[in-house]
Design a protein around this ligand. Structure first.
Ligand SMILES: *[C@@H]1O[C@H](CO)[C@@H](O)[C@H](O)[C@H]1NC(C)=O
Ligand SMILES: *[C@@H]1O[C@H](CO)[C@@H](O)[C@H](O)[C@H]1NC(C)=O
Ligand SMILES: *[C@@H]1O[C@H](CO)[C@@H](O)[C@H](O)[C@H]1NC(C)=O
Ligand SMILES: *[C@@H]1O[C@H](CO)[C@@H](O)[C@H](O)[C@H]1NC(C)=O
Length: 451
């Protein structure tokens, strides 16, 4: 009954003007991208290995489907003299991109490619500004399913006069290089938006549905217009395997989440799970935050060398179910902050208390952003969607362990969450509570022990 009602509501929500052909990109993309693992050191065999590993490690069964080529795939400094098409480097890709695409498709996966809305890519390969139609046609002809579109080498006449101040609660100071836009500025009219819309229009002319992923870095207020241009949009600078930097990126992305719904997703960049020196608990937190913000989840490590513990995080069925929910399009939001004041940007202090609805119930995240283990507590009334006095069946999102049935009264204490770790709780409808389960709902105070 609940599900049917929710579905009815979802079907009434406004239709995105940008809904991609074939419905691609309705849910966040799941897959792999070469950049964080290999940078420019790519060739066909690396993508075939990644694809085979996606299958063999069970990642395909978990939903991962895109195998995305990042920068450095084409011939440097040249296009086809007659058609002006980009030319794959046949030393790296002996069967061309179309040949690789066929092999990837034969494995039941999809393939992505990369270009930039400038005169060159970030690594100075040919890029697509003023070549949008010819490049979109090549990508479609080759069998490409996904385009990541970067932001390097913008020609002077297409540069914006001012940029978005990306740090909330800050007045960005103009410098000789950077000028910030006044309040009320319409970023959807910016030259950046025009550069990205040109490729959107070129992709729309092709027969093949291609998921369009903007890599704009957030400087042109892309979250205000990204959902009319593409299916995802980068909101920050590049990620690195540095937990402090990961927290800062997550924090910035938090302030863009109003724009996220079916068909349009804020992208805080690709995953660093599997990359040193991140620890297991840091990887858990990174994945949990990305999953509940409904970020695209693009694996960025060498899958030939990944540890089983990292694979297990990437395959966590509950976080993937939240990320890929087909009934609720909205992400989780912080319901209180923790170390920083609510809705206030302190770089490495993102929100520590999150909740969101999905078809299996309410997912709650508690992130310990301290150097030592710490008890976390919240009142049921603080959590959006919780019906006070109702019985909930609580499940540990990491282990799937049944934590018992609780009545939503008073507050909950989760003892000793490890430093940097994130607890994931799922509040399921109490109707699923079996009689034999001990009902532990105390009047004033509950203790949930997840681990
Ligand atoms: C093609 O790739 C090979 C192997 O990495 C490299 O040596 C060569 O310089 C590349 N050619 C061009 C034109 O980019
Ligand atoms: C990690 O990132 C933080 C914040 O961006 C930075 O201050 C620090 O120097 C970085 N650490 C390393 C080892 O690069
Ligand atoms: C698209 O983003 C805008 C700007 O944040 C937001 O107001 C709007 O609700 C979003 N549309 C959908 C359908 O998510
Ligand atoms: C920071 O800005 C947000 C709105 O973006 C506001 O809700 C919050 O109260 C501000 N915090 C402070 C300390 O001013």
């Amino acid at each position: 009954m609940l599900t049917i009602f929710a579905f009815f509501l979802a079907s009434l929500s406004p239709v995105l003007s940008v809904a991609a052909k074939g419905g691609v990109g309705r849910l966040p993309a799941l897959g792999f991208n070469s950049w964080n693992a290999f940078h420019c050191d790519i060739d066909e065999s690396k993508f075939l290995t990644a694809a085979q590993k996606i299958v063999d490690l069970g990642l395909k069964d978990a939903g991962y489907e895109y195998v995305n080529i990042d920068d450095c795939w084409s011939m440097k400094d040249q296009r086809d003299p007659k058609t002006h098409a980009m030319l794959p480097n046949m030393t790296k890709f002996p069967d061309g991109i179309d040949g690789l695409a066929k092999k990837i498709h034969d494995m039941g996966l999809k393939i992505g490619i990369y270009s930039s809305a400038g005169t060159k890519t970030c690594e100075q390969y040919p890029a697509s500004i003023n070549y949008e139609d010819v490049d979109a046609k090549s990508f479609s002809d080759w069998g490409i399913d996904y385009l990541k579109y970067d932001n390097c080498f913008v020609p002077d006449n297409m540069k914006d006069d001012c940029q978005f101040c990306m740090t909330p609660n800050t007045t960005c100071q103009d410098t000789a290089q950077d000028k910030y836009c006044p309040a009320g500025y319409d970023y959807s009219k910016s030259k950046t938006a025009q550069r990205y819309n040109a490729m959107r229009d070129a992709l729309n002319k092709q027969t093949r549905p291609i998921l369009y992923s903007l890599c704009e870095w957030g400087t042109a207020g892309v979250h205000f217009w990204g959902n009319t241009t593409a299916q995802s949009w980068r909101t920050t600078g590049d990620i690195s395997p540095n937990f402090t930097a990961i927290l800062t990126i997550a924090n910035l992305n938090t302030f863009t989440l109003d724009s996220v719904d079916f068909g349009g997703h804020s992208d805080p960049d690709m995953l660093e799970i599997g990359n040193a020196p991140l620890t297991n608990v840091q990887e858990r937190t990174h994945f949990a935050l990305w999953a509940v913000m409904k970020s695209p989840l693009l694996i960025g490590t060498d899958l030939d060398k990944i540890k089983p513990s990292s694979v297990a995080i990437l395959k966590n069925k509950n976080l993937l179910a939240f990320n890929q929910d087909d009934v609720y399009g909205k992400p989780a939001f912080p319901f209180k902050w923790g170390s920083a004041p609510d809705w206030t940007y302190v770089p490495n202090k993102p929100a520590e208390y999150w909740a969101g609805q999905y078809k299996e119930g309410i997912m709650i995240l508690l992130f310990n952003n301290h150097d030592t283990a710490k008890d976390y507590t919240f009142a049921f009334r603080e959590v959006p969607g919780v019906k006070l006095g109702q019985k909930y069946h609580v499940v540990d999102g990491w282990t799937d362990n049944d934590l018992g049935c609780f009545t939503a009264t008073g507050s909950v204490v989760i003892p000793k969450i490890a430093a940097s770790d994130t607890v994931v709780l799922i509040l399921k409808d109490g109707a699923s509570c079996l009689k034999k389960l001990k009902v532990r709902g105390a009047r004033e105070r509950n203790v949930i022990i997840p681990l």
